[in-house]
Design a binder for this molecule. Structure first.
Ligand code: AVJ
Ligand code: FE
Length: 437
C-alpha cells in the first residue's frame, strides 16, 4: 500500500459507507428488519453493528472520546447473540440505525483529522481506520449474501463481468517446490491472522489454472457424485443426506436442465462460470472424484504470491500494485463471477488465473495461527476461531472490496456452509522428478 494513509483511510471509509447505503437502501423497512435466513442477521442489525464497532474502536479507543450510545453495545455484540436470535433483540429501527451510523461517522472524520497516524500499532499508518473500513466491507459482503437468500428480486444493478475463456490455457500449472515467505509483517492494514511473515516449504504441486466451473461440476452430478459415499468425508455425506442436498445451493433441476437463482432471477446454470455456493464438503468430494485434492492454504498462497524470477512473495498474483478493474472481479462491481479464463492481467507469474476475486476458494486447511501470532487488537476477530472446526478460504469473491482482499488475506467458515460466495480449485502432488528446487 502506497500513498498518504490519511487519504487512504478517508477513501476506504467513504467507499465502504457508499456500499452500505446501497445494500440497505435498495429495500423497504420491512425487508431491513425481517430475518431472511436463520444463518443471517436482519440487515438493520448489520447496519447498526457497523456503526457500533466504529464507535467503539475509532471514537472511544482511538479518539479517546466519551461513548455515544454505550447502552446498545450489548445488542450489537456478535458473541452475545447468535445470528438466529438477533430479530428478537431491541434493535434500533431503520431510520435510527441510519442516523446512528451517520452520527458516528461524522465524529470519526474529526478524529481522523486530528490523529497522528504514527506511534503505536493501532494508529500507525491508520491501521484502526483501515481495520474498521475492512470490517464494514466484510459486513457489506455478508449483507449481499442476505440479499441472495431473500426471496424476490434485488434492486441492485451492475454491468456484466468481462467475457474470458479457457481456450488455449493449460488445465493446470506446475508450482515449484521449495521455501517461500507466507504471511506479512509489512502490509500496514493486514489483520492479525495474516501476521507475521514466516518461511514455509511446500513440495512441488500442480494447481488448476482457473477455479472449477459449473460445467465441470455438472459432470460430478451426472456421474452420481452426490449418491456415492466414496467421494465424501463421512460427516459431509451425513450432512447431504440429512438435508437432501443434491446440488450447489440455489440450483434446481427443471424441465431437463439445471437452473439457478441469482439475486431473485432464475437462469440456466452458466457452464463456463466458476461454481458458487458449495460447501467445503462438496468441494472436497468433487476433488476426490476428479482424482485430485484441495490445495492447502500454504500451496494457495505460494501460487498467489511467489515470484520465481525474484524468489520474493508479492502482495498479489500480478505484483505489488493495488487491484484495478483489469486485475480482478472485486468490490461488487459485477454481481457474479466472471467466466473461467477471465482477467489475463491478473494472472500469476506461472499463469494461474482468478486467484483474487470471483469466488472465495476453499482450501484443505484448518484455520490456525501462524508461528508468532499475537491477537490484535481483539481476540474475537481471529483467535477464538482457531482450531479444527473452521476451514480457510482464500482469494476473495466478487462481493468483497479490495480493501479486504489480498494475497495474504484469510477467511474461514464451517465446512458445511454454502450460502457464502464460495467455490474452489483443485490440486495434485507433482511427481518426484517434477519441479523440485
Ligand atoms: C472473517 C468473514 C469470518 O463475518 O464472521 C465481521 C468477519 N468479524 N465482524 C465474519 C467479521 C467481525 C468474519 N469473517
Ligand atoms: Fe462484525
Amino acid at each position: 500500500m502506497t500513498g498518504d494513509p490519511r487519504g487512504r483511510a478517508l477513501a476506504a471509509l467513504t467507499t465502504a459507507r457508499e456500499r452500505t447505503a446501497l445494500l440497505t437502501g435498495c429495500v423497504d423497512d420491512g425487508e431491513l428488519t425481517a430475518q431472511h435466513s436463520p444463518l443471517m442477521s436482519p440487515l438493520v442489525w448489520d447496519l447498526a453493528h457497523i456503526g457500533n464497532q466504529e464507535e467503539q474502536w475509532l471514537l472511544r479507543t482511538v479518539g479517546g472520546g466519551p461513548a455515544l450510545r454505550p447502552e446498545i453495545d450489548s445488542v450489537y455484540d456478535a458473541f452475545e447473540h447468535p445470528r438466529a436470535s438477533r430479530p428478537s433483540l431491541p434493535l434500533l429501527p431503520p431510520a435510527e440505525a441510519r442516523a446512528y451510523a451517520l452520527e458516528v461517522r461524522g465524529r470519526v472524520l474529526d478524529v481522523l483529522d486530528r490523529t497522528a497516524l504514527e506511534g503505536g500499532p493501532l494508529t500507525a499508518s491508520g491501521f484502526a481506520f483501515g481495520m474498521i473500513a475492512q470490517h464494514e466491507q466484510q459486513h457489506d459482503e455478508t449483507m449481499l449474501i442476505t440479499h441472495q437468500l431473500r426471496r424476490g428480486p434485488v434492486a441492485l444493478t451492475a454491468p456484466e463481468p468481462p467475457r474470458g475463456s479457457t481456450a488455449g490455457l493449460p488445465a493446470e500449472v506446475l508450482v515449484p517446490g521449495g521455501p517461500f515467505t507466507m504471511g506479512t509483517s509489512a502490509e500496514p492494514w493486514a489483520l492479525d491472522n495474516e501476521r507475521p511473515a514466516h518461511h514455509r516449504t511446500v513440495a512441488a504441486f500442480h494447481l488448476d489454472t482457473t477455479p472449477v466451473t459449473c460445467g465441470a461440476y455438472l459432470a460430478f452430478l451426472a456421474d452420481g457424485g452426490y449418491r456415492d459415499p466414496r467421494w465424501w468425508a463421512p460427516e459431509g455425506f451425513a450432512q447431504i443426506q440429512r438435508h437432501s442436498i443434491t446440488a450447489p445451493l440455489f440450483w434446481r433441476h427443471e424441465g431437463g436442465q439445471w437452473l439457478r437463482r441469482r439475486f431473485g432471477v432464475t437462469e440456466p446454470v452458466p457452464l463456463d462460470e466458476p461454481v458458487l455456493h458449495v460447501s467445503w464438503y462438496e468441494a472436497d468430494a468433487y476433488a476426490r472424484w476428479a482424482g485430485r485434492r484441495l490445495p492447502t492454504e500454504q500451496e494457495w498462497e505460494k501460487a498467489a504470491r511467489f515470484d520465481p524470477a525474484s524468489g520474493r512473495s508479492r502482495r498479489y498474483p500480478w505484483g505489488d500494485a493495488d487491484p484495478t478493474p483489469d486485475h480482478a472481479n472485486l468490490g461488487q462491481r459485477h454481481l457474479r463471477p466472471a467466466p473461467a479464463g477471465s482477467y489475463p492481467a491478473g494472472a500469476s507469474p506461472l499463469g494461474v488465473r482468478q486467484l483474487i476475486g470471483d469466488v472465495w476458494e476453499w482450501t484443505a486447511s484448518d484455520f490456525l495461527p501462524y508461528p508468532g501470532f499475537a491477537a490484535f487488537p481483539y481476540r474475537e476477530y481471529s483467535e477464538v476461531f482457531f482450531g479444527s472446526a473452521h476451514k480457510v478460504l482464500r482469494g476473495g469473491s466478487f462481493g468483497v472490496d479490495p480493501v479486504a482482499c489480498r494475497g495474504t488475506f484469510r477467511n474461514w467458515d464451517l465446512p458445511v456452509r454454502r450460502q457464502i460466495f464460495s467455490g474452489f480449485r483443485t490440486a495434485r502432488d507433482a511427481a518426484p522428478d517434477e519441479g523440485t528446487g
